[in-house]
Design a protein around this ligand. Structure first.
Ligand SMILES: C[S@@+](CC[C@H](N)C(=O)[O-])C[C@H]1O[C@@H](n2cnc3c(N)ncnc32)[C@H](O)[C@@H]1O
Length: 266
């Protein structure tokens, strides 16, 4: 398989041609079963069954092409997450379902807030690994100012902040920060941030920060990262920046055109 390439083709046809166990990390952001026609691509289906069959055939292939220590992230939302979960469980094994990541997509204001009842504020990312031997690099966020003020109250002669511990001094600059868990509140979606320079206007485009977190956590430099529903190429652009090898597929010419432009420009 030629790496660092994008392909305009149905992902099932593409997947069937790939050798088994060659990819380190797969992230997908497929249609969510929203019933919306986005113009660029349609998320309208004859039935839920039809949608689930479509997904099942593809996830099965993705599982096959994933390396033994590889990881799989399936981005979805409440429209179909509870139907996709048993499908992924049956393919990967329920025991290899590692985490349900809740991505808080941001503000509940605007058009969305007119709905009766609770306003939807999150997407779900189902995270699986192919075995118990998987790549994972913990991710950290900088401590909040408030926390630093409260916890690291002393300053040494070099100006380094520290706190007193039984064993001596614990320096702030030796601590990695706050460990990132499975609820992500610090990344804004384009629903709330369409003016960002990074936004190319592709419907459902995801922020690079989201992919950066996933790629840093579940792959290392030189690894192969694939996105078989690549849209505007967010996963691939971030993979490239982070010195991973990458492979992308989409069956929409506009998506591939945008992705190619984006990748050539970075
Ligand atoms: C939600 S969008 C992905 C957006 C992407 N994550 C981004 O940041 O731009 C889903 C993509 O899946 C593509 N797609 C849908 N069915 C497909 C298929 N059978 N094969 C390949 N791509 C497909 C659509 O064209 C669309 O670009």
């Amino acid at each position: 398989m030629k790496l660092n390439t994008v392909h305009l083709v149905d992902n099932l046809d593409f997947l069937k041609e790939i050798d088994s166990e060659i990819i380190d990390l797969i992230y997908i952001d497929p249609p969510f079963y929203t019933g919306v026609d986005y113009q660029e691509f349609s998320d309208q289906w004859n039935s839920l069954n039809h949608y689930l069959e479509f997904m099942q055939a593809r996830i099965r292939e993705m599982h096959r092409v994933l390396k033994k220590n590889g990881s799989f992230y399936c981005h979805c939302d409440p429209n179909a997450v509870f139907d996709l979960k048993p499908i992924c469980d049956s393919i990967f094994g329920r025991n290899l379902f590692k985490r349900e990541i809740i991505w808080n997509v941001g503000s509940v204001s605007g058009f969305k807030s007119q709905v009766k009842g609770w306003v939807r504020q999150h997407d779900t990312i189902l995270y699986y690994t192919k075995s118990e031997e998987f790549t994972f690099n913990k991710q950290y966020l900088p401590y909040k100012e408030e926390y630093i003020k409260k916890m690291f109250r002393y300053k040494d002669e070099d100006g380094r902040l520290y706190r007193k511990r039984r064993g001596g001094k614990q320096y702030l600059d030796e601590k990695p920060g706050t460990l990132v868990g499975d609820v992500w509140n610090d990344i804004y979606s384009y629903q709330t941030r369409t003016k960002s320079k990074e936004y190319l206007g592709y419907p459902t485009q995801k922020p690079e920060k989201l992919l950066k977190r996933i790629i840093l956590a579940s792959s290392n430099e030189g690894d192969i990262v694939a996105d078989f529903f690549c849209g505007s190429g967010t996963t691939l652009a971030v993979a490239k920046k982070l010195k991973r090898r990458w492979i992308g597929v989409d069956n929409n010419p506009k998506a591939i055109e945008l992705t190619k432009k984006r990748l050539n420009s970075k």
